[in-house]
Ligand binder design. Structure first.
Ligand code: FAD
Length: 391
């Protein structure tokens, strides 16, 4: 039976169906028994727990947005709660799912032809195929809508890709990478399913990261990489189609941000009840309670925000600016909260064994990826003023 999280202070999960609550509880049990005990060591060694791919696939919660894979009808609200549960245990695990489930499968789900969807999505659902999503480049991050330098040139029934990518999650070990490149004929951004064993595709792990160490991010070089026309995403005709994929995943990143704050808050609350200073638990000191309550306030207001965002998505009313506001606000509140939680642990707040240090460090990457706070602010700013202020 489902147990409500104490950090869901207003019992917002009450709107989920009994089947959904059972699924969430199944996921939580899997994460707490299989992932939580090993996650800090993997973080320390900057290693991804590969066994997780099958374990997560077996929960049938990967790829559930697409009819080709859906185990039961799901809503954006339910998928949001899944992102929260994942990030509550570990932000890197949530990021793996975000890339596989959201960015890679989302590219196929949104931009793939019926044949492409039917071929790739079921294999990705079971974890047989792991995907990555290659948009960002060394010289183009926030400005990727206009700044992409990777090129795609048509050559008969094939395309030749040239360029480089940076920060691509899973890309050192994924089976395919969805590469976004500019068509040299019409200048439009198009998407290509590139098997990672294609000659000319080289992915090198980015070392010495101090955030999301478990996620294997890569620098990729593409040198005369040939892919058949059948591997071009048939419904990706311009960057607007890429942006559709990003809008969907951005809302889920906002949920993951709440999950990270929840994970840090739960660890800090438990610690505060145990740790004795001045002869009593630090949880009984007023100023520690202040930090705990401010964190809970952030979690509660962000949870309400992401829930409403996903409800709009389910109603077909979510626009770019809604997902952008949710991501900008939820990640800013997360960043504030993990710092307060770290403060509650004093010195132990910087040691991996107490979990909060990991949430604190990982929050930084979540704050910046899938659109920085500035970019998401400018998306909302454009919507409310009618003036685009990006350039
Ligand atoms: P820049 O674009 O160089 O920005 C630097 C700073 O300048 C930011 O604060 C930004 O907000 C600010 N700035 C830029 N332009 C403006 C402006 N007009 N007005 C105001 N401020 C501005 N990408 C992928 O394609 N696939 C992935 O799987 C992936 N995974 C990632 C995982 C991690 C851990 C990280 C860190 C990144 C990942 N990314 C991925 C890339 C990520 O999306 C980019 O880092 C992000 O878009 C920001 O780009 P940038 O790092 O190049 O920063």
């Amino acid at each position: 039976t489902f147990e409500s999280l104490p950090s869901d202070f207003f019992h917002l999960e009450a709107s989920l169906s009994p089947v959904e609550l059972d699924k969430l509880m199944e996921l939580r049990t899997y994460l707490e028994t299989e992932i939580k005990p090993v996650i800090n060591d993997h973080w320390d060694r900057a290693e991804f727990p590969k066994a997780l791919v099958k374990g997560l696939a077996d929960t049938k919660l990967i790829g559930m947005a697409w009819p080709e894979t859906e185990p039961f009808p799901t809503t954006a609200v339910f998928r949001g709660w899944v992102a929260l549960e994942l990030a509550r245990i570990d932000a890197s695990v949530a990021t793996y799912v975000g890339v596989q489930n959201g960015l890679a499968m989302g590219s196929l789900g949104v931009c793939g032809s019926d044949e492409q969807r039917a071929y790739w999505l079921p294999k990705m659902h079971t974890g047989e195929i792991v995907g990555s999503f290659g948009l960002t480049e060394p010289l183009s991050g926030s400005d990727s809508a206009q700044g992409l330098r990777t090129t795609a040139t048509r050559d008969g029934d094939e395309w030749i890709l040239n360029g480089s990518k940076r920060w691509i999650g899973n890309a050192t070990w994924s089976d395919i990478c969805v590469v976004w490149a500019k068509d040299t004929a019409d200048g439009q951004v198009k998407g290509f399913i590139v098997p990672t064993n294609t000659p000319g595709y080289v992915a090198t792990k980015i070392e010495r990261k101090q955030s999301l160490r478990i996620v294997q991010n890569a620098d990729i070089t593409l040198t005369d990489v040939r892919v058949p026309e059948a591997n071009r995403l048939q419904k990706a005709n311009s960057f607007a189609d890429t942006a559709t994929v990003l809008r969907l995943t951005r809302a889920e990143v906002a949920w993951a941000a709440v999950g990270i704050a929840v994970g840090a808050y739960e660890a800090a609350l438990a610690y505060a009840k145990e740790r004795i200073q001045f002869g009593k638990p630090i949880a009984s000191h007023q100023m520690v309670q202040d930090l705990l309550v401010k964190s809970l306030g952030n979690i509660t207001s962000s949870l309400s925000l992401v829930l409403e965002t996903s409800r709009m998505q389910d109603a077909g009313k979510m626009k770019d600016e809604h997902a952008a506001l949710a991501k900008a606000v939820a990640t800013a509140r997360m960043r504030e909260s993990v710092a307060w939680c770290r403060e509650i642990l004093g010195g132990n707040g910087i040691v991996l064994d107490y979990d909060v240090a990991r949430f604190f460090a990982d929050a930084e990457a979540i704050y910046s990826y899938e659109g920085t706070r500035e970019m998401n602010t400018l998306i909302v700013g454009r919507a409310i003023t009618g003036h685009a202020a990006f350039v």
